[in-house]
Unconditional design. Structure first.
Ligand SMILES: Cc1ncc(C[n+]2csc(CCOP(=O)(O)OP(=O)(O)O)c2C)c(N)n1
Ligand SMILES: Cc1ncc(C[n+]2csc(CCOP(=O)(O)OP(=O)(O)O)c2C)c(N)n1
Ligand SMILES: [Mg+2]
Ligand SMILES: [Mg+2]
Lengths: 320, 351, 320, 351
């Protein structure tokens, strides 16, 4: 039983899956010799060689576009985009093709590929290195979006993502890369996409979060009888689990670091407002980043939902 | 030490069959009479299919349609140089390529009538559905070639795009990757001189499209795109080079879009009439006919017979397409994901 | 007083503003000699010449990227993207730069530019020619998103968009281009961004829509005492107007043609669920497109919210 | 008619000052002694600033920092060829360019400490904030040049990017537009042989970066990027050509990234030590010093004096930056839009 951080867990998942299935290839900038700027692909180049662990030119459109062709040919490409802030150039290929090739070819070709990318704030990084625009991708039919919240979960979800027949955007919270260590079972395991996880049971309020905000949330709920849901798959998200908990507690707080406007919190809130309204005892509160251009490190902490802000949100809904 | 020349390039152009049916014997690809006839018959069939599609659109039986008129030699000549096992990535104007590769014509009609079921790619045919966002198919071809190389399959990948497509970042990133990994790709640019209303000179300041290959470390060549023999030879050579590990080639088929951009376009708003007339004289079918005649492979009777056969096939395709029952509205839920999500299940239930 | 359709109204707005302000330039594919594939820029090339009405190469990234540089230099570029389905390649330049250059340069440079693009379904077009992904753009702080619903409104909003100091995505509903004619006042007028419009007063239910769906909505509400809000500016949207009406009627239906998931309806619903919950008498219902890859013409009508579907939504909330 | 050559190119390389301080007199740009000294002093200042920044990062007083060590000649030589009225679009490694253009050093320190206020561009200085998404600044420069041309302003636009940047679609679309509209842009590629861990040969298969210009119909030239005189001359010529309506030029500064990619990188994981040593011998400051010495413009005393002055200026900048009070948290609401939206007003109120 290995005790590992998330980087190591992801690395293990890649290595084991590449050992198991030689159709799995890794490509991206600096994923080879360098092992990726966060070392998630460390050692894979030495183990599998340059044909399977491919250092590409600096070209996000081309990388994801090539992955579409590889997937159509029958491989299982796992792309690394160095930071989520650099994925925008790949959106056209992801939305116009990866998400649609199954429909366009009536199932003959699939966009079965994974795009891994570090995301989120909280590591005092340069501009464009702290993006959290997950909701952009949840909006496009055909794309799946996954965010792990711990090493164990990261490994299980990544294996499922690689084996999934549809394109999966796999968002890795940089803040969690080395923050937590966990024991991994030796036996192979996967965690299904599309299912949420009750991270903590409770009766008075449901708090929904994912990625690095899940941890702040778990700290924030101390002292409340709160149920905490770790969404894990953001699209398609586990409506049933969310609605069930919302109906049970009658109070909902959604936490994410992206700005409020059109963030995933909006979709979750709207889904509840549409399908569980009569069970609600209080307004649905969103605790999110502000609707501003992401500030640089000096103001990062003021931008992010803090434990205090999350507690305030919970207290607000508990007032009713 | 001072100013020194460190690299030189020479961009070549290939012409074999001229407008008068005269050929450069030293370059004519070795093709049997049957192969030459097949080539010619595909040119005719594509032309007749194209005309029919334009009629169907006028009659409101299909939607917007992009005619390939004038580009038959570029499409048939290149597609004939591919084997069935090769991978083909068309743009949106490649009816002639689909037909040459054996894609059912009635499916094309069905697709253009606004029915996605027409793009169901038959098993065993490695051709991609047509791609509408200009240039975006280029990286797909590069990725397929990476996969083929990784699997050590002896296949070439052909990807089609226009002169306008060369301006997109996808072109650049795709060709650059193909050069770096020395991939078995043949980049086929049909330079038909126009991107809707934008003439070739305003699309890029380079004298040729072919020379763009040198930015990526491989060869480019311009061919007379109305000369089916030249296109066939250049593509055949590039396909062989690709399969032999020689890497990619960029082929600029210098041709012309005779029709409007699509049936929604009116080229008279922006295109000089004289230019059009000048190019009509370069018709790829006409010159091939003259060549065949010299070789005693062509006669009036043969022409009539070929046209009759082609028309019958196109009639057949039209009938077959029209006979297809409209899609079940629920069909739209089928292919977004491999299996229905919670939400899609609910939406389908309430549909 | 001229009676014009939306194409003519937009053309007038461009011509008048270019006459008024020589910093305004138009660029895009086929906007020159051809006058744009929908003829919105018809005649501008002849009137203002190739330096101001610029036919660009086929390069969406470059076009919007160049517009960022033009705006920084002091011009007012009005970009035409030929269809919304082709805007994805420009998202990187729009999100990473146009939306942020003001913040990045501390106000020294601004992304004061307009991106016009035809959008929406309902004209039986080819794949990628019917996109309605407006919510993608509402999510990015720094970007404004505007959708006109009539010729008169289109002219007033486009003038405001061009004069706005921030980047504006101006979405033109293709279905409305030639559907409606309206009289335009001879005197110059503008319609402020950020303000919604009560298209119809009512007491029992609030129905929120924009663009081409507004017209279906106005037909659908016949016989109901419904208040219809034409949002006009999608980002930043007029929260006050929306909340005020929601509080008044206590029942809300949002209509849009984009899929439900993470559509703008989600944000509107969430805003109401957060700030007007106690006034609500019924769940907030979204009547939207399905979460599928947009079908081709033969199934288009089944995909779009129909008058019947909108009426069903209204009846649903009126049951409570 | 058959295979004919229709276009030829010759890519040139410019070298003026070699590693031993020897110059090609026929090519040395005419610079006064004061101008040469200014040039040398900027090389020294940039080097000292760079070293200081690396120290500040080690001490945790600034965040991640990309060193420009080894590229001083490329940056100072090119920036000195621009006038104050010209427009400059740096990438993210151009400390030397900012310093040469007169951007306050303390602002650079402030910016790298994670404070956006450091990127407030002083009025009258036409330099863009640094650009982190690789290559995306290239279209901005092209747009600024379109605007300048439209306004008939006699300005050149200089845009900086790396070898990795040439792989991005933005590079392609930007250079292509610049060629089509014959814009006054100087494209300055600092080919420092690496894009993080990706060596130049894996970035593109073209022998040179310079030759990529021919894909866009204008000239490209490779210069010894460690030779400040060659970089200055090539840029000066390109700037003049731009202002005279001659259109764009691509300049490949052939240089080397001596330091790690950034302070978060460890180049020893992927880069051969010998290569690094080989390039250290080509140090741009050293050869300029030897040249100055031959011209009796350099002495030990002078060196000490220049270093002292530079160190004092850098100390001063550091102090000034550290003395700045931390930003007001509410500052983050100020520049997203020209004025606060309803929502931002609420968020600010509840802040
Ligand atoms: C990315 C993108 N932008 C714009 C369009 C609209 N459009 C369709 S075809 C076309 C011109 C294409 O010209 P070219 O590449 O030369 O191909 P051709 O039409 O000449 O065959 C344009 C602008 C598109 N389909 N995709
Ligand atoms: C679009 C984009 N992708 C990835 C990155 C991460 N990254 C930062 S610098 C760099 C390498 C850049 O190499 P080059 O263009 O040669 O410039 P250099 O670092 O050598 O100065 C990469 C991959 C980025 N900043 N932007
Ligand atoms: Mg063309
Ligand atoms: Mg480099």
């Amino acid at each position: 039983m290995a005790t590992v951080n998330m980087v190591q867990a992801l690395n293990l998942a890649l290595r084991e899956e590449m050992d198991r299935d030689k159709d799995v290839v890794v490509l991206g900038e600096d994923v080879g010799k360098d092992g990726g700027v966060f070392r998630v692909t460390d050692g894979l180049f030495a183990r599998f060689g340059p044909e399977r662990v491919i250092d590409t030119p600096l070209a996000e459109t081309g990388i994801v576009g090539a992955a579409v062709g590889m997937a159509a040919y029958g491989l299982k490409p796992v792309v690394e985009i160095q930071f989520m802030g650099f994925i925008y150039a790949a959106i056209d290929q992801l939305f116009s093709h990866a998400a649609r090739i199954r429909a366009r070819s009536r199932g003959r070709f699939t966009g079965s590929l994974v795009i891994r990318t570090p995301y989120g704030s909280g590591i005092k990084a340069l501009e464009h290195h702290s993006e959290s625009t997950e909701a952009l991708f949840c909006q496009m039919p055909g794309v799946k979006v996954v965010v792990p919240s711990s090493p164990r979960i990261a490994k299980g979800l990544l294996l499922s993502a690689i084996r999934d027949p549809d394109p999966v955007l796999f968002l890795e919270p940089t803040r969690l890369y080395r923050l937590i260590k966990e024991d991994l079972p030796d036996a192979e395991y996967t965690i299904p996409l599309g299912k949420a996880r009750i991270a903590r049971e409770g009766k008075d309020v449901t708090v929904i979060a994912w990625g690095s905000m899940l941890h702040r949330t778990l700290q924030a709920v101390e002292g409340f009888d709160a149920e905490v849901i770790d969404l894990m798959t953001l699209n398609p998200f586990d409506e049933e689990a969310v609605l069930q908990s919302a109906k049970k507690t009658g109070r909902v707080v959604v936490v994410h670091e992206a700005p409020a406007t059109c963030g995933l919190g909006a979709e979750i809130s709207a889904t509840i407002a549409e399908h569980a309204m009569l069970h609600l005892k209080a307004p649905i509160v969103r605790v999110t980043g502000y609707d501003v251009v992401l500030p640089l490190p000096k103001l990062e902490d003021y931008y992010l939902p803090s434990i205090e802000k999350i507690r305030k949100g919970i207290e607000t809904v508990l007032k009713y | 030490m001072p100013e020194s020349v460190i690299e030189s390039f020479h961009v070549k152009r290939l012409d074999i069959l001229d407008e008068h049916g005269k050929v450069d014997e030293s370059l004519v690809p070795t093709l049997s009479d049957d192969e030459l006839k097949k080539m010619y018959e595909l040119l005719v069939l594509s032309r007749i299919f194209d005309q029919r599609a334009l009629n169907l659109q006028r009659e409101g039986r299909i939607g917007t349609f992009p005619s390939m008129m004038g580009q038959e030699a570029s499409q048939i000549g290149s597609a004939l140089a591919a084997e069935k096992s090769d991978w083909i990535f068309p743009s949106f104007r490649e009816s002639g390529v689909y037909i040459t590769m054996g894609f059912p014509m009635h499916s094309l009609v069905q697709y253009w009538s606004g029915d996605e079921r027409g793009m169901k790619i038959p098993e065993g045919l490695n051709i991609f559905p047509l791609c509408i966002p200009v240039g975006t198919q280029i990286p797909h071809a590069v990725g397929a070639a990476m996969a083929a190389k990784y699997r050590k399959d002896r296949v070439a990948v052909l990807v089609y795009f226009g002169d306008g497509g060369t301006s997109r970042g996808d072109f650049h990133e795709g060709l650059n990757m193909a050069g770096v990994f020395k991939l078995p790709v043949v980049f086929l640019c049909q330079n038909n001189q126009w991107a809707i209303s934008v003439p070739r000179e305003q699309q890029t300041a380079s004298r040729t499209i072919a020379q763009k290959a040198y930015a990526y470390g491989f060869d480019g060549i311009q061919v007379d795109g109305n000369d089916v023999l030249a296109v066939f030879k250049a593509t055949k050579d590039a396909v062989r080079k690709a399969k032999d590990g020689g890497g990619p080639t960029l082929i600029e088929c210098f041709t012309y879009r005779i029709a409007d951009h699509t049936t929604s376009d009116d080229a008279s708003r922006y295109r000089p009439k004289e230019e059009l007339e000048m190019w009509k004289a370069k018709d790829p079918l006409l010159r091939m006919r003259l060549f065949m005649k010299k070789k005693n492979l062509w006669s009036e009777a043969y022409q009539k017979e070929v046209e009759a056969r082609s028309t019958a096939a196109v009639d057949e395709a039209g009938k077959k397409a029209e006979a297809i029952a409209p899609p079940d509205p629920k069909d739209m839920f089928t292919y977004t994901y491999a299996s229905l999500t919670q939400r899609l299940t609910r939406e389908l239930r309430d549909f």
